[in-house]
Write a protein that binds this ligand. Sequence first.
Ligand code: SF4
Length: 305
Amino acid sequence: MKNKIKKTVIIVGYQCNNHCRFCIDSDKRGLRNKTTQEIKDEMIGAKKRGTTYLELIGGEVTVRSDALELTGFAKELGFKTINMATNGRMFSYPEYTEKMIKAGLTDIVFSIHGHNAKLHDKLTRSPGSFRQLSEGLRIFKKLGFNKIGSNTTIVKQNYKYLSQIAKFIFNQGIRNSEFIFVDPSYGAAKNNFKELVPKISQIAPYVRKCLDVGKKNNIYHWAIRYVPLCYFQDYLDQVSELQEVKTFKTEHLAPDFENFNVEESRQEIGRIRPGKCKGCKLFGQCEGIWKEYLKHYGDKELKPV
Ligand code: SF4
């Protein structure tokens, strides 16, 4: 088996200039941000442990005044990939985007929760956020930067529009996309479960149509994350976790926790295959359903294969 890519995700802090309804970090906004030196030390440690793929996330990294300095430092250390997850708003300033690319950014992942301003801004609760994100995308492409990905969180408010969102993302030239079933383990989706978390049986037909956009166009990473596999038996090659375990060995370094084996620990932490799953042919590959989901909706929807 080929060697896995060693990936370190540094969560720099939880501050953000958006106010997403479903934010998993909504209860952590008050935690202190890491200092510049702490993050640099974590990068040095990651480099020593053999990491080649560095990802900086928040909160929102670009609200920090040291975001350029940190990216430059990562470049000096020689990481092959320097990725950043972003709401995209700061990249609507062309000089900022140019400087970030010059500093060493190699990949970017935009959070796109709607195919238009009405839906996206409703979910981010930040008027103008879709316009700024779209402008950021335009500027990256104009500068010839093509390693652009996207993340879309699936909630009650947007699941019926997944086909349109997928088309919007595809038409932007993005060929690396994740559609993420909202995580209700912590934060806003836990606190407002009924308002935000749809049933898996409701979203599944819409998700399959969204995945078809990637399937039809032979895109390797056009994937769904955090769903029970029984609803996606014909889409197993488009399930993020199944791709991930083959590709990455990931560690997460946050202000309030460290996890040095993300792929293996996820099941122990947030997800479960309840008794009903015993005997299912997909049991070995499947991570099941969120524990918090089961508390609200039970296991009736799961369909052992
Ligand atoms: S029945 Fe359980 S183990 Fe089987 S695919 Fe569904 S959630 Fe996974």
